[in-house]
Design a protein around this ligand. Sequence first.
Ligand SMILES: [Zn+2]
Length: 398
Amino acid sequence: MLFRGYTFALRPTVEQAEKFAQTAGVCRLVWNLALEQRRTHWRNYQGRTGNNLNYVTQARELTLLRAEMDFIREVSQNAQQYALKALDDAYRRAFKGLGGFPQPKKKGVNDSFTFTGREVSVERLNHRWGRVKLPKIGWVKFRMTRDVEGKMTEATVNRTALGWQVSIGCKIDRDIQDVGGAVGIDRGVAVPLMLSDGTAYRLPETVALLDRRIRKAQRIASRRKRGSNRCRKAQRRVAALSAKRARIRKHWAHETTTDIARKFGTVVIERLRTKNMTKSASGTIAEPGKNVAQKRGLNRAILNVGWHQVETMLFYKAFRVVKVDPRHTSQTCSACGNLDSRSRKNQASFVCSACGFHSNADQNAAINILQRGNTPVVEPATLQAMKRELPLVETLVV
Ligand SMILES: [Zn+2]
């Protein structure tokens, strides 16, 4: 069984966009109320009713709430129940140690709502346009950039700085095939992804261009009077440019990981804790000079490439992903195994101080990573479990 997600930019009418905002608002309210109830009133609730506070009991309370409140009743009940279910799942995951505890949703930041696949239908209108039918909202047009394959499991509508979009999750009745072969991937700063066979994947140049434009837009926004219309306009521009950059990066990550998964059955990657690396940069700001700046630069590059995104995508696209110990991969000779920091001449080249083997530094590291593939640091069973829990998002927005 394979999961695949499709994301399309919606083109709602003015009334439909209002309805979206209303639905998202009610679902946010339901989530926040239910979260509040779980956080602070669960003991009281148990004492009063003798029931545990969970999805079933909270859904029952939602039905009562709907009877009293007109504006809640006007919005699809299933979307609200879905919010409760999502909260329940988030709590389960948190208790299992698989994620953080759920947080309140903020207006404008988490504007989204989800329907189950049964309630939604998708139609193609012509070669450019399609439409999706959403409960209590009706048919909404979207640019249909590709066909939707499989059985729909859910559809999420969410607001981005570039407008509303829909993500449709599908279940496809086939499995990932093992195409054989194995590859090691080094995640570097100069080259975001370097394979052990020498293939280098670089971010599109538009990302660097957008970086500059975002910084400029941020400067303009910071000069304007806070809270003024002109300032808000400048801030919207920053948000729109950032959303565009994120979209391009994600598209790049999809193309790259699809390409890798098609060529190699086994993908060996380093276990990197990018979260910790990012944290330590801000934590070491008090230390003198150069190191901090360097570290910050490295962190920016790491965040730029979106390691986590790439890794997540590899987990569900590749037949097998192996994580290995990342220590000394850049200082070890992939030909003779000699470990010497002097072998790493500079950012780009590697010349072994013992046997004279020379290579591109990132490729040398990628080969080392591949060679460590038979000593994984994470149990394959965990990986398979992770794989099942990850939803699949395949496509890009127009
Ligand atoms: Zn050597």
